[in-house]
Design a protein around this ligand. Structure first.
Ligand code: PLP
Length: 367
């Protein structure tokens, strides 16, 4: 390639003017988003590099991606890669609703508390929220907001959004999802699932994705990649194309159409073709379980709900948490009760967990 400024032989690999500015040995418990990129994903990105491919999703990686997603979600699934989870949710929800539509969601839902009002502001969608004990909706809870159809004074409840695994580290069983979908559909409402951590739920339930999505009646899904080892990238996955249409226009209007889409798609190919998704999610879940078991044995620490995915929620004295935060990063989840959230990621090690649990025990010993 003597006449090309770019080499296909990789002679530039590793050469950069950038300087490493962080300690790669430091890992905390604040978020699975704090983790880096899984090496197999980085390799896939490099594999897709060089040469030209058609932009905006007409590339060969995105074309193949449909086969990859159909293997997991059934023959009718359609995958639309996007940049991030908030964007996936806003695109997916818009597709379910007319301009007067509203979405029923748990009060703790990411769409309600962590998206800076994007569904409302960017999507023009009214959210009807419900207080839940564990982040999970049920048909009975949904009925608190599922009313007023035909009344022009009330935003019309035409969709339900559930998160799997939930923002509180719990998982819906396949039967629970099915019951919600049946209930919603009988009342003329469609169902969206925020699957930002869908892989963690699948690993926890020990079920294939489709058992608690397509087969349970979910209409559209936000499928998460970033928290499971991707550099970035999520996908809106249409599971019922009879009911959910026009995602491609909504994606562009919502500023979620990547021009160099091949680099999102190839990451999903690497994640979902083999078992990388399961290895990463299963490992993160196992690390959360290890932490849960360790702290349950420490006097004064209360684990407030079962760690069914990759998060542990606990209450302990505030001064202990504040001292611990000087040693490890993590967040207060509820400032009022002092509840904290500890999250494991695909790259959390057993040694990380053991050292953190020892630090918790040590700081508790100083109370
Ligand atoms: C449940 C849930 N949904 C969606 C998201 C998407 O977030 P982002 O827009 O940061 O990719 C997150 C990220 O923390 C999340 O926890």
């Amino acid at each position: 390639m003597a006449d090309s400024p770019m080499s296909t032989t990789g002679v530039f690999a590793g050469a950069t003017d950038a300087v490493r500015r962080h300690d790669p040995a430091v890992r905390g418990f604040a978020s699975d988003n704090y983790a880096g990129v899984h090496p197999e994903i980085l390799a896939a990105i490099a594999l897709a590099n060089e040469g030209h491919q058609i932009a905006y999703g007409e590339d060969q990686y995105t074309e193949h991606l449909q086969t990859v997603f159909r293997k997991h979600f059934g023959d009718r699934a359609e995958a639309y890669p996007v940049f991030n989870g908030t964007g996936a949710n806003v695109v997916a929800l818009q597709a379910l609703l007319p301009r007067w539509g509203a979405v029923i969601a748990a009060g703790t839902a990411h769409i309600n508390v962590d998206e800076c009002g994007a569904p409302e502001k960017m999507g023009g969608i009214k959210l009807l929220t419900i207080i839940t004990p564990d982040g999970k909706l049920t048909p009975e809870l949904i009925d608190q907001q599922a009313w007023g159809w035909g009344d022009e004074h009330r935003a019309q409840p035409l969709a339900v959004s559930i998160t799997q695994s939930t923002e509180l580290g719990t998982c819906y069983t396949a039967e629970e999802v099915r019951a919600i979908c049946e209930h919603a559909h009988e009342r003329g409402m469609l169902v969206h699932m925020d699957g930002s951590r869908l892989a963690n739920a699948a690993a926890s339930l020990d079920l294939p994705f489709r058992a608690f999505t397509t087969d349970a009646g979910v209409d559209v899904l936000s499928f998460g990649g970033t928290k499971n080892g991707l550099l970035f990238g999520e996908a809106v996955v249409v599971l019922n194309p009879d009911r959910v249409r026009d995602i491609k226009y909504l994606r562009k209007m919502s500023m979620q159409l990547a021009s160099k889409m091949r680099f999102v798609s190839v990451q999903f190919e690497a994640l979902l073709t083999g078992d990388l998704w399961l290895r990463n999610a299963g490992h993160a879940n196992a690390m959360a379980k290890r932490l849960e078991a360790a702290v349950r044995g420490i006097d004064g620490v209360t684990v407030v709900r079962p760690a069914e995915a990759n998060a542990v929620f606990a209450v302990l004295p505030r001064e202990v948490s504040e001292r611990l935060q000087k040693r490890y990063r993590f967040y207060f989840w509820d400032e009022h009760t002092g509840e904290v959230r500890w999250m494991a990621a695909f790259d959390t090690t057993e040694a990380d967990i053991d050292a953190f649990a020892a630090a918790i025990a040590e700081e508790m010993g100083r109370v």
